[in-house]
Each structure stands twice: as C-alpha cells, then as structure tokens.
Design a protein around this ligand. Structure first.
Ligand code: ATP
Ligand code: MG
Length: 201
C-alpha cells in the first residue's frame, strides 16, 4: 500500500468514526441535574469533585460543599475554593468523634451533619452540591441510606450532586446517573511518600 493509499484509508476511518460520534452527540439532547458517584480504592475521587466545583464556579454558578471528614486537616481545596464567592463550604467532622468508641455520639454527629447537607439539597440556588466522603457514614450505618436517597431524589431538578467515598452502597449506585469506580494500581504512599500538599491535600 502506498503512502497515499494509507492516508486515504486513515481519512475514511476517521470520517466513519466522526459520523458515529456526531450521531451520539446529537442524540444526547437532554439537560438534567445529575447524581455522580466517585468511588473505588484509587486516588482521584475528591480531587475530581473539586475539579467540578472549579468548573461550575467558572460559569458564575453557586456551589455547596459538605465534607464528612473523620479528622480535621488543612487542605488546599478548602484554602482556595472555600474562600471563593459563591461557595458554601461546610466541614462536618471537625470536633466530631467518628471513632466508634461511642456509636451513639457518632450517629448523632452524622445526623447533625446530614441536616446541613439537607439544607443544601433544598437550596435551588446551588447549582452543584458535593458530599465528600459521604459513603463512609452510610457504610458504618450512621446515616439511613433510604433517608439519604429520598433527600437526593427530592432535590431541585437541575441541581447536580457529586458523592465521593470508597464502597458506595448499591442503592446510591442504582439511582446515580454517572458512576466511576477508580482503581488503585499504585500509590506513592505505599513507597513511603507522605501526603504532598497540592497533590494529596
Ligand atoms: P484525592 O482527594 O487525592 O482525590 P480520594 O478522595 O480519591 O483522594 P481518599 O480515600 O478520600 O481518596 O483519600 C484521601 C487521601 O488519601 C489523599 O491524600 C490521597 O492521595 C490518599 N489516598 C487515596 N487513595 C489512596 C490509596 N489507594 N493508598 C494510599 N493513599 C491513598
Ligand atoms: Mg476523598
């Protein structure tokens, strides 16, 4: 095959591919508030969610972030995104126990935290709500998954919600529009590298 034949074959193949992709794009003509789940053992769940926060702010829309943390630490995302106009940033874990030494206290803390998230899920001015590390509270049984799913279902129709955390329960995966399961192939921590500012926190 001559170089010109190869070139023509490549062009034909790309034209066919473009036609298929253009048809798929033309078919996806709906708008809706999405529920996204970012789960799995690999790195990239919360940082992806904060990427969507930055994108949303780029359009001048408002964002709510609820971080269900086990322990308090300073993070780059809070330092930067938490100070932007249009962002409601709530850390729900600071001063809480989440330590399973006192399950009743943990449940009470989780439920107080969920009330803050509920207020975001009722606020139609928030274009995006991030519920960071929510899955842990569901897996520990600190929050009732049915209640959480009902509150998510009742949110404003155009509000997007991103939920992060390992081992997302099935009921959330069932109701979500987009689910990514991030695989852990390698992580620098296992080679003895501590969390690096800007990359890990
Ligand atoms: P990130 O915030 O970096 O996107 P993540 O939200 O996917 O991470 P988490 O389980 O919330 O993952 O963990 C947060 C911290 O733990 C980050 O510092 C991250 O680099 C680190 N981490 C994530 N996955 C792993 C892993 N498989 N092994 C070791 N450390 C990890
Ligand atoms: Mg995370």
């Amino acid at each position: 095959m001559t170089m010109q034949d190869k070139q023509e074959q490549h062009q034909k193949r790309m034209a066919r591919k473009k036609a298929v992709i253009d048809a798929a794009i033309a078919q996806a003509d709906q708008d809706k508030g999405l529920l996204l789940i970012l789960t799995g053992n690999g790195k990239g769940k919360s940082s992806s969610a904060f990427g969507m926060v930055a994108r949303t702010l780029g359009y001048g829309h408002k964002v709510g972030v609820a971080q269900f943390l086990k322990s308090r630490r300073d993070t780059g995302e809070e330092k930067f995104l938490g100070n932007q106009a249009g962002v409601q940033w709530q850390v729900l874990g600071d001063g809480f126990t989440w330590d399973t030494q006192d399950k009743a206290a943990d449940i009470a803390s989780a439920q107080r935290g969920w009330q803050v998230a509920q207020a975001m899920l009722r606020d139609a001015t928030l274009h995006l709500v991030v519920l960071d590390e929510l899955t842990y509270l569901l897996n520990y049984g600190y929050l009732d998954a049915e209640q959480v799913c009902a509150d998510l279902a009742a949110r404003p129709p155009m509000q997007h919600v991103v939920i992060t955390g390992r081992a997302a329960p099935d009921c959330l995966i069932q109701m979500a529009d987009t689910v990514s399961d991030i695989q852990d192939i390698k992580h620098a921590f296992r080679a003895g590298v501590r969390a690096q500012p800007g990359i890990d926190l």
